[in-house]
Design a protein around this ligand. Structure first.
Ligand SMILES: NC(=O)c1ccc[n+]([C@@H]2O[C@H](COP(=O)([O-])OP(=O)(O)OC[C@H]3O[C@@H](n4cnc5c(N)ncnc54)[C@H](OP(=O)(O)O)[C@@H]3O)[C@@H](O)[C@H]2O)c1
Length: 374
């Protein structure tokens, strides 16, 4: 408890530091007006997320906002649209320009929320969404990335997102029935038509990344990467570096674990995603506390929170890494953005890495999975 009090106080200090260091003009909502000159709300908070990074040729804020849990049953019940619109608009106020959705979140509901929230500032933000699943009776029933299905999916996505183009269109998962060149070719046509601006892949094999990139340049690879799940370090990151592909870590705060939310006594709702995740078994949580304790100690020394440490550490790995922590709460988003003010020396990174690699984690992916389609 005492720990969390200290962390909270220091986090606020870190937040104030970012505010003064990165105060830039707002993107749309703080001023009380937007592109259409409509009054939205007036939070009076200066933007925090002034840093920008490149995913291929696409410029985005250095931290994005993952919008999955706003509408899916992953970690919490779906949240009301009005509340989530406030969170997304609050993120815009704070300088976040990168918003992550997918057809399958909800399904469809996250895209509707993102579309509604960002409509007034559409030209100032980057919307990413993902296709590649098929749906029956409102449920995802497998993969489908046939060209005609991608085209149909994109028409629906554009409507729900209330836009005429998807800035970053990802293939969510590789469909083993469809050659990746056909997917890349279809996205390339959509780019020529202006319906998509950039192409992304998620959890694709190294071979498929190379094949796709030859047909249509891949701007971003969205894979799981965090202090707990580090299977994509080295080979996948090296591949991205070679091809000029940006890397977007999903689950960057380990679904709340790095926010000190869980312990071995945590019990999860059966309909949530947690029971199926190997590193959320009671045994794995108990074992992996060694990592959280290490991060707690380092965070205390640096006067930040464990979740800020986790995000800052990811940001420090490569200048083309853009984590997209998911949240349904504005105060969590503010805490997460505090990571942008955290700097590491190379000696600190090395010393932390040495301690990190001594910890045997449980419930993580096998090394050979790194180069394969998920
Ligand atoms: N490509 C893929 O296959 C794939 C898979 C999964 C996710 N994604 C994308 O990646 C995004 C991020 O991943 P994720 O949402 O699964 O995992 P995550 O970002 O690691 O964790 C999200 C969870 O952590 C909690 N959290 C975040 N910041 C917090 C803070 N400061 N303090 C306390 N709790 C905090 C959130 O709860 P609160 O709501 O209470 O803040 C939420 O339940 C998703 O939203 C989605 O857009 C992509």
């Amino acid at each position: 408890m005492e720990n969390s009090k200290i962390n909270r106080r220091n986090f606020l200090a870190a937040g104030a530091l970012v505010t003064s260091a990165a105060a830039v003009s707002g993107l749309g909502f703080t001023s009380g007006t937007n592109e259409n000159n409509l009054k939205i709300h007036n939070s009076g908070i200066m933007p925090l997320a002034a840093d920008r990074r490149k995913l291929g040729k696409l410029e985005v804020s250095a931290l994005g906002l993952g919008c999955m849990s706003m509408a899916s049953n992953s970690y919490n019940p779906p949240r009301p649209m009005a509340d989530m619109v406030k969170v997304i608009r609050g993120a815009v106020d704070k300088g976040v320009t990168f918003f992550d959705a997918a057809e399958v979140y909800g399904p469809y509901r996250t895209e509707e929320i993102v579309g509604e929230a960002l409509r007034p500032v559409r030209n100032k933000v980057v919307i990413a969404s993902k296709m590649g699943f098929k749906f029956e009776d409102g449920k995802s029933v497998g993969r489908d990335s046939r060209p005609e299905s991608i085209r149909k999916a994109v028409e629906g996505m554009l409507k729900r997102l209330q836009t005429d183009r998807i800035d970053l269109l990802y293939l969510h998962r590789v469909d083993p029935q469809v050659p990746i060149e056909d997917v890349a070719g279809t996205v390339s046509e959509l780019i020529k038509e202006g319906k998509a601006l950039h192409f992304g892949l998620s959890e694709a094999s190294h071979e498929n990344i190379r094949k796709a990139h030859r047909v249509c340049p891949v701007a971003a690879l969205q894979n799981e990467y965090s202090l707990v799940e580090r299977v994509h370090e080295n080979k996948t990151l090296d591949l991205c570096q070679d091809l000029g592909i940006g890397f977007v870590p999903w689950c960057p705060v380990v679904r709340g674990f790095m926010a000190d939310k869980f312990d071995e006594y945590s019990r999860f709702a059966p309909e949530s995603r947690f029971p199926a995740i190997p590193y959320f078994s009671t045994e794995a949580i108990k074992n992996n506390m060694a990592l959280l304790n290490l991060v707690r100690n380092w965070s205390e020394q640096k006067g930040i929170t464990p979740v800020q440490f986790s995000l800052a550490w990811l940001l420090a790995q490569k200048p083309w890494i853009v984590p997209i922590p998911g949240t349904t709460k504005l105060h969590h988003l503010e805490e997460n953005l505090g990571a942008l003010a955290v700097k590491f020396t190379s000696a600190e990174l090395q010393s932390f890495r040495t301690e990190l690699e001594k910890i045997q984690l449980m419930g993580v992916r096998k090394p050979e999975s790194a180069s394969q389609d998920a």
